[in-house]
Design a binder for this molecule. Structure first.
Ligand code: 13P
Length: 250
């Protein structure tokens, strides 16, 4: 059985005080449901405070990125081992804003995946196609290439640390989301590819959907058999809305 996971990606939003207050409210909301997992990704600067604010609750806290390097002279970077030392439960990698705005390549993301797995930390790998790639009929090929590039060759005992977030680029922050059927189709394709890479792990791996998920559409998307959770941006920034996402995510 795959426990549903509702993850809030706070991106570059909120003041420290706002982040702490929201984290406490999310912890209160999460306490009402023991059949679903809740995760938040604050900024690096807010990570420690948010982790303190949610300590002892059902909410896990992760970071939105890490360096592709182990340690050393990389000004402005944060390593996977530092994220682990600070208590991060997950590291989010390959988000479309990092792929398309910061121009991270597949091979660079692969290096980061290795750094995270070296630390024994959980890696949530984001994949997704652009609108042009979807319209030209290449969505599945693009997503499968991203999966292959990031995950082929990882050690058998590291697979348990992996989860996937399918986030079509055209659906992020646009108010347009994939239909539940479209999401299901891509999630099933992803799970099939994971089965080809590691048959034993595929039935248990969590595949989240992201892209304009809101309290009023999360239920229909998560009702799909291969959708195991949601990675939410905008709608995770308000306590009421995050609470409703958790409540409706069944
Ligand atoms: P929105 O929910 O704002 O579309 O963002 C999705 C996302 O990028 C989560 O990582």
């Amino acid at each position: 059985m795959r426990t549903p996971l509702i993850a809030g990606n706070w991106k570059m939003n909120l003041t420290l005080r706002e982040a702490e207050a929201l984290a406490r409210q999310v912890a209160d909301a999460a306490a009402k449901y023991n059949d679903r997992d809740v995760l938040i990704y604050p900024t690096f600067l807010q990570f420690v405070s948010v982790a303190k604010a949610t300590a002892g609750s059902r909410v896990a806290v992760g970071v939105q990125n890490c360096s592709a390097e182990k340690d050393g002279a990389f000004t402005g970077e944060i390593s996977a081992s530092q994220a682990k030392d600070a208590g991060a439960a997950y590291i989010l990698l390959g988000h479309s804003e990092r792929r398309h705005v910061i121009k991270e390549s597949d091979s660079f993301i692969k290096q980061k995946v290795e750094r995270v797995l070296d630390q024994g930390l959980r890696c949530m790998l984001c994949v997704g196609e652009t609108l042009a790639e979807r319209e030209s009929g290449n969505a599945e090929a693009v997503v499968l290439d991203q999966i292959n590039s990031a995950l082929s060759g990882i050690k058998p005992d590291q697979w348990k640390l992996i989860s996937i977030a399918y986030e079509p680029v055209w659906a992020i922050g646009t108010g347009k989301n994939a239909t539940p059927d479209d999401a299901q189709k891509m999630h099933a394709t992803i799970r099939k590819r994971i089965a080809e890479l590691n048959a034993a792990i595929a039935p248990g791996i969590r595949i989240l959907y992201g892209g304009s998920v809101k309290p009023d559409n999360i239920g229909a998307i998560m009702a799909m058999p291969d959708v195991d959770g949601a990675l939410v941006g905008g709608a995770s920034l308000k306590a009421d809305s995050f609470g409703d996402l958790i409540k409706n995510a069944k």
